[in-house]
Design a protein. Structure first.
Length: 322
């Protein structure tokens, strides 16, 4: 990977992190609101207080009175916040339970700090440098080294078996035994590494392939849905590429009328056209069914054409692969 590609991949990861932060915050909200409905009422009062004050300030020509409105809003807001914190404590929850939590509070998981021209946050620079050291430029079957993988519980044997099947696929594509591949398992087991190996091998044999993340795939779907003319080819390219590799399926945002519908369209059209698709995912088949429904699931795991590999074991990042 070039530096530009690494930056883009890392920015994708940061975007996914932000969506996850929001999801987790909404989940905490749902839980807290269910246990104490007054918390939801307090949230609603805070929102309407801010909106009302803003409107009043905009319609007030006198600067002193505008300041008074702002001061009044702060005071009332502080009272509402204090009551919220008190109620959270009463539930045995942390006071910041309803706020968004960030992996990096400095950049709020955007990867950037400062106004234009913004620069990369220290956390982003660190991650970028880490990727350079661990040699992300060489995610190939040749560079694959199972010596890092713990032998216990058959983890190394399973990974080697997965590698063997994927290498067979990549060497025989497009005449391989399977048309589609789903590589599942928890994070850090080397799924992305293996996806990159397959991509590199197929590419180096002279076949066109497109590698993307679930997040970028979703972005193309969303743009197609809203008719973004500038990116009209994004989704079409995913439909038409002879071999599509999607990393991290399941981490893309779930948006009504988009995610499930377009994913089904994508998989279905590609299968009808006889094109190959590979996906890695942290989700189990049951979770895939729950998230995307039966139609997507039955296409994805179609017995006649799909190879499903499940990796299990310990996080390999701790052992140096990746
Ligand atoms: Zn940061």
């Amino acid at each position: 990977m070039t530096r530009a590609e690494r930056v883009r991949a890392l920015l994708d990861e940061y975007a996914r992190q932000r969506y996850q932060n929001e999801r987790e915050q909404r989940e905490r909200e749902r839980e807290a609101f269910a246990r104490d409905p007054e918390l939801e009422a307090l949230r609603a009062r805070s929102v309407s207080l801010a909106a009302q004050s803003l409107r009043a300030a905009m319609n007030e020509p006198d600067a002193d009175k505008r300041r008074a409105i702002a001061g009044d809003m702060r005071q009332k807001g502080a009272l509402l916040n204090a009551e919220t914190r008190r109620r959270l404590r009463a539930l045995g929850l942390p006071e910041d339970y309803l706020e968004e939590h960030y992996r990096c509070p400095v950049c709020r998981d955007t990867g950037y700090v400062g106004d234009a021209p913004a620069r990369f946050c220290a956390c982003f620079e660190r991650r970028l440098a880490m990727g350079e050291q661990s040699g992300q430029g060489a995610q190939t079957f040749e560079a694959f080294n199972a010596a890092f993988v713990p032998e216990e519980n058959g983890q190394r044997a399973r990974l080697l078996e997965a590698k063997g099947l994927l290498e067979e696929f990549a060497d025989r594509y497009p005449q391989a035994r399977w048309r589609n591949i789903v590589l599942s398992g928890a994070g850090g087991l080397g799924k992305s590494f293996l996806l990159n190996c397959v991509y590199e091998r197929v590419n180096s044999r002279g076949f066109a392939a497109t590698r993307t993340t679930a997040y970028r795939m979703f972005d193309a779907m969303r743009r197609r849905h809203v008719g973004d003319a500038e990116d009209a080819d994004g989704f079409a390219a995913l439909l038409e590429t002879p071999f599509l590799l999607v990393d991290d399926l399941g981490t893309e945002p779930m948006m009504r009328n988009i995610t499930v519908e377009y994913l089904f369209l994508l998989i279905n059209e590609r299968m009808e056209a006889g094109l190959s698709t590979m996906a890695t995912t942290n989700l189990t088949p049951a979770q895939i069914q729950e998230r995307y429904g039966e139609r997507v699931c039955s296409r994805l795991f179609d017995r006649a054409s799909a190879l499903t590999i499940k990796l299990e074991g310990k996080d390999l990042r701790l052992h140096g692969i990746r």
